[in-house]
Write a protein of this length. Structure first.
Length: 276
């Protein structure tokens, strides 16, 4: 690792792209192996969830999101509220999926550790790739729902990939970090479950960022997932342009987490075999 530089993880992933593709595809297919509808559940599962959220939050409870645009308070209710929750839950499910699966990833694949020439960094990336695939499906369904059932889509949706990309970087960095630490700290899997529950209520899934009281905002503003969800809703739900300052901070956070996660993984990987 003496010759490591910020481009090292990118070069390694590109070099192993064929292997990474095979493992990612295997992970996606494994999730539906044995079911009658197979890969169709990739769309059917999120579609059914979207239908449930639309009915429960849009019809039964009738809640809403509020924000202030140009001095005017605007409220989104019904179907728009349900789609806003689904948009937030999709992001949270991605991060929670990484937290729940990567902490035991290396431990559950000891055979790969004992293969000297096997690039272990591929395993967390393939798992995150699987979760990203499902997330993109959910995001596309949400956009389709907004177009067909909500207020439509604005030109600002073109900026959605700019907000999603740093989430992918964060997920990859967290995946590398947890998969490495999980080899040495077996209680990590239980801790990440608790942290996932905390994120559910601290990331603005069921409320908008503008509704957070100032005394809590000073703490919750440090959560990048909250800002990802807020910016996605700003583009899709409120149909306004992104907050470039927040988007820049998201990219900075994503790059830092990505680099730190990879660095720690590479530092610890030499001791995996001794522990397993």
């Amino acid at each position: 690792m003496s010759d490591w530089n910020p481009w090292t993880p990118i070069r390694l992933l590109w070099k192993r792209r064929d292997l990474l593709w095979q493992f990612t595809k295997r992970n996606v297919q494994t999730g539906f192996r044995g079911s009658y509808l197979g890969i169709l559940w990739v769309v059917l599962g999120p579609l059914l969830m979207l239908g449930v959220y639309t009915f429960v939050f849009g019809v039964v409870f009738g809640g809403g999101f509020e924000t202030t645009l140009e001095g005017e308070t605007i409220r989104k209710e019904g179907v728009d509220f349900a789609l806003g929750i689904f948009l937030g839950l999709s992001v949270l499910n991605l991060i929670s999926g990484v937290l729940g699966s990567c902490s035991t990833l290396i431990v559950s694949n000891p055979n790969f550790v004992k293969k000297v020439v096997f690039p272990l960094e591929v395993l967390p990336v393939a798992q995150v790739g699987n979760l990203l695939f499902h997330y993109v499906v959910c995001l596309l369904l949400c956009l389709a729902g907004m177009f067909l059932l909500g207020d439509g889509l604005s030109a600002n949706c073109v900026w959605v990939p700019l907000v999603v990309a740093p989430v992918a970087l964060m997920a990859l960095g967290i995946g590398w970090l947890l998969s490495a630490l999980g080899v040495f700290f077996r209680d990590l899997a239980q801790l990440t479950q608790v942290f996932g529950m905390v994120l559910l209520y601290a990331s603005g899934v069921f409320y908008s960022a503008s509704m957070i009281p100032p005394k809590f905002w000073m703490f919750l503003r440090l959560n990048p997932v909250l800002h990802v969800i807020d910016q996605l809703r700003q583009l899709v739900l409120w149909q306004t342009g992104p907050d470039w300052g927040k988007v820049g901070l998201l990219w900075l956070s994503g790059i830092i987490i990505f680099q730190i996660g990879f660095w720690i993984f590479q530092k610890l990987r030499m001791d995996f075999a001794d522990v397993l």
